[in-house]
Design a protein around this ligand. Sequence first.
Ligand code: SF4
Length: 453
Amino acid sequence: MGKSVVSIVKNPVTPDAARIDEMVRQVVDQLGGMQSFVKPGDYVAIKGNFFAPYPPPVIVDRRVVYSFIKLIKEAGAGRIVLCEAVSVGTKLGRGTSTASILEEMGVRDAAIAAGAEVLCLEDDERVVVKIPDGKSIGEVNYPKTLYDCDVMFDLPCMKTHAMTLVTLGMKNFQGILDDAQKYYAHRDDFEQKIVDLFKIRKPDLTLIDGITAMEGNGAGEHGIPHPMNMLLASRDVVAVDAVTTACMGIEDVLWVGTTRIGQYDGIGVADLNEIDIIGPSIDEVKEKFLLPITYRQPQDRNLTGVHKNVDVRCGGACKQCWGLASTIARTLALFKNENYMLLVGSDPKVPNGITCDLDNVIVFGDCACSATGNVKEIRNRMLLEGKGLIAPGCPPYRPASAMLEEYLIKRGKVTREMLTAGNAKAVAKTYAYYKTVDPTWVPKSEQGKTDGE
Ligand code: SF4
């Protein structure tokens, strides 16, 4: 494979809308201009990243959306469709729809003002597409809009991710899958599944929004904003992911599974020596990002032998359950006066029985819910006596946390009001931050309100 080209534009300070407009134009111009991608009358689809109900850096900045669509329109596109679907976690847990996120964050208005239609992928038709060289997935219910369009663009943000280290151009395509396929291959085969999707079709251009990037425990509301004031773009999604990863201070870009396997399977170039950069060099722009806790220390450091009052028995769990169970364990650890037992994985060992009240046993995830031996006996006792918490799901995303909330409410540990207030506080924090980045932003829910309302 020949050299790939990645375009970078960096601003010294936080850019306003006018400067973002110039940056979007410049980052595309450095690759030959929008006319080299879009011909008059073309049908253009953009896969954005608006997976959860929080402003940037969780989602793409609406000003980038506006300027990018405006540029496509100027090139003469006949039809432009901005597409997205929320994550399973958002749908089940945060109780928000794609449409309401696009509306609340001002993305819908920005896209329409610039000349695009907005499509929630849940509403799109699906085309069954075979992937003969797929190694993890052999057939995909591909969104018809993205399948039929003349030109496909990928518009992610620059973020760390607790499960995949970073989420950039390739990981953004998890969002094109239907819910069942989002669940499918979610373990150590996840990155291969994502790479397989690019064997159907590669984006013609990937533009990464790094105006306000994210570090720490991303890619949702627990991540920390890290302003980078930059945009990156390339025809090669693997190359732009590799360069962005390097700009985030991650020395070995092959730590990112989609980048490593993407290069191995011929989707693009990850070798930085084989990538030409137009604009400032990686060394000129790179900053050290705080990695997610799952990549700062061995995974078991977060789960086993950590909390004095939470006895975790883990046997044959995958990294999804390692991560999710550590969150559950952290929550249980708050109730210091109680002892808990958390059983995780396909074969947790409990040779001498449980070490706490049966009501404080939590069987976590489908694997533990179907484990045999004395775990089965423990489950049977829990069911017979109506005690403890059996939390199925694979991965046990929101069903388990929702069940945990109910479990804690029932036992008087928290109230629903406390949980609601906690969520509202988290949302308010993200809103307050983004208003410092873009003082012109008014979320839909606050429009028409006066101070003090
Ligand atoms: S239940 Fe948990 S450990 Fe088992 S496969 Fe699913 S996510 Fe992995």
